[in-house]
Design a protein around this ligand. Structure first.
Ligand SMILES: Nc1ncnc2c1ncn2[C@@H]1O[C@H](COP(=O)(O)OP(=O)(O)OP(=O)(O)O)[C@@H](O)[C@H]1O
Length: 679
């Protein structure tokens, strides 16, 4: 283990409390900290007012002439204004909805404001106030932080750590690759991510690190596949067709022909001795859950156990419920295991799993913990595959007799990209929605029209229907996020009282709290659910027929589609209302497309087309594997190249034994393979 793999507690001045804070950002080792990259950079070079173009984003340093004045107006909005002396000129500065900055503006105390310049009015629309000391550099990196740590503290810590440990950074890529693609050395790249001298420098750093991520990812994928092929043959799950048909006969609906086709494909995989490694793609609401249920049941009829792994507790609960209902008349024992399962209950579940008494287990990441041992694990299904990394996949596979693996995703990935990303998987697609669905009617309104829309919603609610109101995630601050959602919640609770009940759901709530709210909504005790995107994936409440998405222009198309998919899940007409006032043409175009199509594949292709490079956290929304730096969509060409190189490398016999590839082999933990080889 290298120094960089050691805990951050090794860093001077990082005590147990700090460690905890860093852990909450997913930073455990020194390596994690120095590769915790900014998600954005602000150009904070100082400029002369006469040199600034209209609408350019700049930092202006100056002295406020007075205190700031805050005005409240409209739908929970406020405006903070003050005038500031910049060089010889008086500039007026306006912040929207950031009244909390009032205290930071003090007359005659120097201030640096980052914002957008209006040349005609000589005014600045402020985006944030920056520490004046920060203004000394031309680019200010912005990191994701939470309420436990401030930007500046994190930046200082990264700087200090980097100074101490930069010499420990080793090159991961072999020289021949660096030369072939003119890639920056790893150490320089990390430096230029945190402390870039120029934009170009930073772009090269990104390019290098993204390439590395893609390349390692592709190498791992190929390795995994090779191991799966070379290991003992997959299981042959000899399921009982008659039993499976008996279950299908109890369904309250007829399977769509797409569902039948994919069930057949999955069953063929189960039966064959080759290892199942299949991706099940289906647009939102296309009925993947029932397909998963059937596959699990088939496995159980053959005497094996099945596992269904999902990304959130809400989803785990929901799947547990639908499976319980599905198997009502069947002798199947199902259990739920999440991080909130109590110790005693957990102990019992684990014992029953080992004994083979539990047939199907539903859960979150808890399922891949070490202590979870199966008797005969036959099939593992993971929902929303992108949230589980390659390593987790490996862990799962090691859980027992080489079970078959099915990945489900609701994100329609354009075929071209799917081939690059998942080239080594078989893909089944449910390309048909259950009959009788009425397409969701989507409209786009401006914030000032919200009240009219709310009254329309009220009418639908009087007919017994329910609604979602979604508030966006504010990337920089979870706190603001919750605050924003809470404000909207309060407004709506007030607006709809006393006839209707409003609930609030956000990511900072405890799992139990979320559960209570979710089940109250399911039971129609709450008619309105205000939520952040925690409900994004998979939630199924067919009686909810309207969704209003606030600040919709802050979401990617794929994510809007996912969200919108929470309505239109029953036979009643459904509506999606996008509230946004995008400034750019592209933003307007995006809202328009949403109103024009409900076809997920079309939207994701559009998303791909319209996204520019540098969309750092874009892939979080696209349903693709997540990378720290690389964006599979914006950098798709680089991904292709990385894949080609990875395939080439694996085609060389024993490449991992060559001295120039040692570091790569180490990264992939290939020592094991090496030993296998000498055996
Ligand atoms: N063939 C069918 N005919 C009618 N209704 C169906 C059919 N298959 C599934 N459904 C119903 O459609 C709804 C959506 O199904 P399900 O939750 O499985 O969708 P999904 O594909 O998992 O979607 P998402 O990814 O959005 O969660 C459920 O209420 C389910 O009972």
């Amino acid at each position: 283990m290298g120094v960089l793999d050691q805990s951050v507690s090794l860093i001077k001045g990082v005590g147990p409390k700090r460690v905890e804070v860093l852990n909450s950002l997913g930073i455990e080792t020194i390596q994690d900290l120095i590769t915790y990259y900014p998600f954005r950079y602000d150009d904070v070079s100082e400029k002369n007012i006469s040199e600034i173009n209209d609408q350019e984003k700049v930092v202006l340093k100056g002295f406020p002439l007075s205190e700031a004045v805050v005005n409240y107006y409209g739908y929970k909005k406020n405006r903070l204004t003050f005038r500031m002396m910049v060089d010889e000129a008086v500039v007026s500065v306006t912040f929207f909805n950031q009244a909390f900055l009032k205290d930071k503006v003090r007359a005659s105390e120097e201030l640096a404001v980052y914002g957008k310049w209006d040349a005609k009015r000589k005014s600045l629309t402020g985006m944030k106030i920056i520490a004046t000391s920060q203004g000394e550099e031309d680019f200010s990196p912005i990191y994701h932080v939470n309420k436990k740590i401030r930007q500046k503290t994190l930046v200082d810590l990264i700087r200090q750590t980097w100074e101490l440990f930069q010499d420990e950074v080793e090159e991961t890529l072999p020289n021949w690759l660096l030369e072939k693609y003119r890639l920056m050395p790893r150490k320089d790249a990390i430096q230029a991510m945190h402390f870039p001298d120029t934009v170009q420098d930073n772009q090269q750093a990104r390019r290098r690190l993204a390439f590395e991520e893609f390349f390692l990812f592709q190498l791992k994928m190929i390795e995994l596949k090779r191991e799966e092929q070379k290991g003992e043959a997959g299981l042959s799950v000899q399921y009982d067709l008659k039993e499976l048909k008996r279950l299908i006969a109890t369904l309250p609906f007829e399977l769509t022909s797409a569902q039948k086709r994919v069930v057949n494909e999955i069953c063929a995989d189960l039966k064959s001795t080759s290892h199942m490694h299949r991706l099940l793609q289906g647009d939102v609401g296309s009925g993947k859950t029932i397909v998963a249920g059937l596959a699990l049941y088939a496995t159980v009829t053959a005497g094996f156990q099945g596992a269904l792994m999902v990304p959130t507790e809400i989803l785990a609960e929901q799947h547990m419920e639908s499976l319980t209902e599905l198997f009502q008349q069947f002798d199947v024992k199902i259990a739920l295991l999440t991080s909130s399962t109590k110790a005693a209950a957990k102990r019992q579940i684990l014992a029953e799993l080992v004994a083979g008494e539990i047939d199907i287990i539903v859960g979150t990441h808890s399922l891949i913990q070490e202590d979870v041992i199966f008797k005969h694990l036959g099939l593992v299904i993971t929902d929303e595959q992108h949230r589980f990394g390659v390593n987790q996949r490996k862990l799962l596979r090691e859980k027992g007799g080489n079970p078959d693996v099915l990945f489900m995703t609701a994100t329609p990935i354009p075929r071209t990209l799917a081939i690059t990303a998942y080239g080594e998987m078989d893909v089944s697609i449910i390309d048909e929605l259950p009959s009788g669905r009425i397409p969701i009617e989507t409209s786009w309104i401006l914030p000032k029209q919200v009240d009219i829309a709310l009254r329309n919603m009220q009418r639908l609610m009087k007919q017994g229907q329910q609604v979602y109101v979604i508030c966006p995630l504010i990337e920089e601050s979870e706190m603001l996020d919750v605050k924003n959602a809470t404000e909207i919640y309060e407004h709506l609770a007030d607006f709809f009282a006393p006839d209707f009940n409003v609930g609030l759901l956000h990511g900072k709530m405890k799992p139990q709290e979320k559960e209570v709210i979710m089940s109250a909504f399911k039971e129609n005790e709450l008619q309105v659910l205000v939520s952040t995107t925690v409900i994004e994936v998979g939630v199924n409440v067919p009686n909810a027929t309207t969704m209003m998405i606030m600040d919709a222009d802050r979401f990617g198309l794929a994510q809007l589609h996912q969200l919108r998919g929470r309505v239109g899940r029953g036979a009643i007409a459904s509506y999606c209302i996008l509230v946004a006032s995008p400034k750019s043409e592209q933003g307007k175009e995006r809202m328009k497309i949403m109103t024009e199509t409900t076809d997920g594949f079309k939207l994701s292709e559009k998303d791909l087309e319209m996204r520019g490079p540098g969309d750092f956290f874009g892939n979080k929304q696209s349903g693709l594997p997540e990378f720290k730096v690389g964006d599979m969509v914006a950098d798709s060409q680089m991904l292709e190249v990385a894949r080609t190189e990875a395939i080439l490398l694996w085609s060389q016999k024993e490449w991992w034994l060559l001295p120039e590839n040692q570091e790569l082999a180490r990264q992939l933990h290939l020592e094991v393979t090496q030993m296998d080889y000498f055996d």
